[in-house]
Design a protein around this ligand. Structure first.
Ligand SMILES: Nc1ncnc2c1ncn2[C@@H]1O[C@H](COP(=O)(O)OP(=O)(O)OP(=O)(O)O)[C@@H](O)[C@H]1O
Ligand SMILES: [Mg+2]
Length: 246
């Protein structure tokens, strides 16, 4: 049987422009911009990355700070367009990339559940039918009617995780968000990810907790300074990363 291709990243490179001089204020920045005195240096955050992910796979991405993991996830999720190459997904996607993305800090938890549902393309009726389950899972209790800006980062992560996994997406992307949850919530999230995996959801998972990556994923890639160093079974990749990264 052919494996279903769910995510296909082909020769992706991402260039960012960084100001080469330190500019202290918006006023100075604007003045320099107008005078054409602002110089940028190009910087490649990702260099020719290719990776295919198949249905039911769980792919971990490991690498040091600033190596390009979140940039790659944003490109896969379609939030950013790569400078070179292409990225395609073949299925419904629930991305949890940045804490607060898809949420409005001035709205309550309850209102944000519906806002996020609308952003992901779900009907009000569908969100009504899963609302109790989301609140239950998030364990926010009475805080559900408090504006999001008064939530701790762990509380925000609970709401985001509960909302993005209730829909049983075909592709789940999780960037580091679980790290801000407490131990009890992290365990609960891992259980839910395993349930989704039993349902053949494809998972792409980024965490600085190598143990967590090893528990959740069977395959991993290691990215170092934008370069794909290794792609293979999770334990081999994680051991090499821990041994060789500096
Ligand atoms: N919008 C942007 N504009 C300019 N540079 C950016 C932008 N986004 C990311 N970068 C740079 O690209 C590089 C890769 O960043 P990225 O966030 O992908 O790293 P990461 O592997 O997720 O790191 P961490 O482990 O700290 O989350 C960094 O040097 C970062 O400063
Ligand atoms: Mg990151």
């Amino acid at each position: 049987m052919d494996k279903d291709l769910m995510v296909s990243v082909k020769n992706v490179s991402m260039e960012f422009n960084m100001s080469t001089e330190k500019v202290d204020s918006l006023k100075e920045y604007t003045m320099r911009l107008l005078k054409g005195q602002l110089f940028f240096e190009s910087f490649w955050a990702l260099k020719d990355i290719s990776v295919d992910v198949y249905r039911g796979e769980t792919l971990g991405i490991v690498g040091n700070n600033g190596s390009g993991k979140s940039t790659l996830l944003k490109i896969i999720a379609g939030v950013m367009k790569p400078t070179k190459g292409s990225s395609e997904i073949y299925g419904s996607l629930s991305p949890m990339i940045e804490l607060g993305a898809g949420f409005d800090p001035d709205l309550t938890g309850r209102e944000n559940i519906f806002l996020n549902g609308a952003i992901l393309g779900h009907s009000k009726a569908f969100m009504d039918s899963v609302y109790d389950e989301i609140v239950d899972f998030s364990e926010l209790g009475p805080f559900i009617d408090t504006p999001l800006k008064n939530y701790s980062s762990g509380m925000q992560a609970r709401l985001a995780f509960a909302t993005s996994t209730v829909v049983k997406p075909e592709i789940l992307i999780v960037d580091e968000v679980l790290g801000v949850g407490d131990f009890h919530f992290q365990e609960k999230c891992e259980r839910r990810i395993h349930e989704l995996m039993d349902n053949n959801t494809t998972v792409i998972f980024v965490s600085h907790s190598i143990e967590q990556v090893q528990r959740i994923c069977r395959r991993a890639i290691w990215i170092n300074k934008g370069v794909l160093m290794m792609d293979g079974p999770v334990n081999e990749v994680c051991e090499t990363y821990l041994r060789e990264s500096s």
